[in-house]
Structures are given as structure tokens and as C-alpha cells.
Design a protein around this ligand. Structure first.
Ligand code: UDP
Length: 316
């Protein structure tokens, strides 16, 4: 296939690119580098099947040639990034999604949207199934991300219904692995950064809130299966192994053997209290479930961060 992919320099997209190129596809990758990094795709420079174009998909754009698939991954995704760029986040989920859908219509291409577990907001149902409509504060600090992705899902379904477009929607739960930004504020890089430096591990609130972490190679496998499926309604992709943030901090302490102590900071506004995917639909429809254990995934992630320029610079 010839594929158009937005957000190409992002954490998840860069892993998806590696997999798609390995499978023999040709890819044009777009990114405005607002939160993505060229470091994530530096190894693809000169790859004969990959072209990178620096472009903001929220602005009108044209791309040359025919595409068989259009994958829309572009968006700030960490709370720190989308709180820093709320308007850009709303625009890439709304106008950016529409622009990518128009390319898919013009090409008769299949379309994949990477949506998020944030569509469920601070969920009143646990674990979260795809049929749950969510509990989102429409005007809170996280609304720029949550509502942008909810709009992205709605317009994707509208294009599916109006144009008969073959659309796919992945609701991605917390994902981690190499190529995350050490300083993007998310809990996996934050705790690992602190543990590796020996500075205090900052648990927000009392640490009783939960998350479930999926290793990036598992997630990419789920995305590829979804792309090739016939399912137009959203599918949860995530690891159901649920931990409190206090348990996670203690796990990182034990795993890294750090001298870092746990300290408690205020809980950010609207921080979801519990999050765990129900992946029954992905299991039944895609034959998919995560395979990488937390310990193994964290080991790979730690190895990556240990060579990260940010960590090396401040430690030397
Ligand atoms: N968190 C924390 N300490 C940190 C960063 C995050 O305790 O230094 C908590 C945060 O409050 C949330 C969870 O870890 O409950 C996951 O946060 P993250 O920013 O990774 O993503 P989210 O799932 O909230 O989008």
C-alpha cells in the first residue's frame, strides 16, 4: 500500500512507521514537529520507501500521488503538551481530522484515526468498554484534548456514513516505550527520569488513581490488525493490567534500585481516578491482546532513556 500518515515524528507513529516499512509499504509522513521529534525518525533518513514532509495538517495542504490508506495520528498527547498547546490540540483533532478525511475520500482510501481513552473522561464505568459514552468535563483543562478527540471520532463516523468511507477508530490507552520524551510530563518518563537521576519520585494526589500501561510494540500490532479489519466503530487498544500510581512508583523504585524517595504533589484538575481498558472487543474481533510484560517493556524503555541526550547532559 501507499500510505499517508500524520504525526510521523511522534512516539507511537514512529514505531508504526518502522513496522509498516518493514512490511513493504510506501509511506509519506507528515508532522509539524510541535510535539514530535526528528530524532524519532532519524534512522529512516534516506529510506527509499519513506518521504518526510514538515506540514501542519490543520492548515490546508496538498499531497501528490495516490494513497491506499490514510492514518491520522497527529496530536499533542501528553497532558503537559496539550495544556501548553490547547488551541493547536483542538485544531488538529477537528480541522486536521477533516483534512485527512478529505484526502481519504479523494483517494477512496481506508482511514484510521488514533483516538484515546480520554474520550471516557473520568470514567464512571469500570473497566471501560467501547459502549460507554464517557464522563468528560467539556470546559476543564483537559477538554482541549478530550473534546478534540471526541469530535474527531464524530466526524470520522459522519464521513463513514455520508461517504461510505472505510474508517477505523482506535481508542488508545496509556502506552509507553522507547522514543517517549523524557520530559513530556507523563508518568512513565517522569518516574524513570527521577529514578535514574536519584531525585524524588513525584506521585500526584495520594497515588490511589489507576492506569494500565501498554508497551508500544503491542499497541502497534493492534493498530495494524485494526487497519486490516472491517470494524468502523471504536476499538479499545490497551493493556488491562491496572496499577495505582503509588504501586507504580514503588515498582519503579524496586526495578531500578534507585535511592529516590516518593514525594506527594497535588493532583492535577480532572485527573481521571481509574482507567482500565476492557479489551474483549479487540480480542474477539482482531485476535489481539498485549504480550509484553511491564517488567520487560520497562527494561527496554530504561535502556533507551539511559542513552537519551537529555539524561546524559544533566548527569555529566
Ligand atoms: N502522575 C504522577 N506523577 C507524575 C506524572 C503523572 O503521579 O509525575 C500521575 C497523573 O496524575 C495520572 C497518572 O500519573 O494520574 C498518569 O498521568 P499521565 O500524565 O502519564 O497520563 P494520563 O493518563 O493522565 O493522560
Amino acid at each position: 500500500m501507499r500510505i499517508l500518515l500524520s504525526g510521523a515524528a511522534g512516539f507511537i507513529a514512529s514505531h508504526l512507521l518502522d513496522r509498516l516499512l518493514g512490511d513493504g509499504h510506501e509511506i509519506v509522513g507528515l508532522d509539524n514537529l510541535l510535539s514530535g521529534s526528528m530524532r524519532n525518525i532519524a534512522h529512516l533518513e534516506g529510506h527509499p520507501a519513506f518521504t518526510f514532509v514538515q506540514r501542519d495538517v490543520s492548515q490546508p495542504f496538498t499531497v501528490e500521488g495516490h494513497f491506499d490508506a490514510v492514518l491520522h495520528l497527529a496530536s499533542p498527547a501528553s497532558p503537559k503538551d496539550y495544556l501548553d498547546y490547547p488551541i493547536e490540540t483542538l485544531l488538529v483533532g477537528s480541522v486536521g481530522t477533516r483534512n485527512m478525511l478529505e484526502v481519504a475520500v479523494a483517494n477512496g482510501a481506508r482511514f484510521l484515526l488514533t483516538s484515546t481513552s480520554e474520550c471516557y473522561g473520568d470514567p464512571a464505568e469500570h473497566p471501560q468498554r467501547e459502549t460507554y459514552w464517557g464522563n468528560v468535563n467539556p470546559v476543564g483543562p483537559r477538554s482541549c484534548y478530550d473534546e478534540s478527540k471526541r469530535f474527531a471520532e464524530a466526524i470520522t463516523m459522519a464521513y463513514h456514513r455520508r461517504h461510505g468511507l472505510r474508517t477505523r477508530i482506535a481508542r488508545i490507552f496509556n502506552t509507553y516505550g522507547p522514543r517517549m520524551k523524557l520530559n513530556d510530563g507523563r508518568v512513565v518518563p517522569a518516574f524513570l527520569d527521577q529514578a535514574l537521576r536519584g531525585t524524588p519520585i513525584t506521585v500526584f494526589g495520594d497515588g490511589s488513581q489507576t492506569r494500565s500501561f501498554c508497551y508500544v510494540s503491542d499497541l502497534v500490532d493492534g493498530l495494524i490488525r485494526l487497519l486490516h479489519s472491517q470494524e468502523s466503530y471504536p476499538v479499545n487498544l490497551g493493556n488491562p493490567h491496572e496499577l495505582t500510581m503509588r504501586e507504580f512508583a514503588e515498582y519503579i523504585q524496586e526495578m531500578t534500585g534507585t535511592v529516590s524517595k516518593i514525594v506527594y504533589h497535588p493532583l492535577p484538575e480532572d485527573d481521571p481516578k481509574r482507567r482500565q481498558p476492557d479489551i474483549t472487543k479487540a480480542q474477539q474481533l482482531l485476535g489481539w491482546e498485549p504480550k509484553v510484560a511491564l517488567r520487560d517493556g520497562l527494561r527496554e524503555t530504561i535502556a533507551y532513556f539511559q542513552t537519551s541526550p537529555e539524561l546524559v547532559q544533566t548527569n555529566s
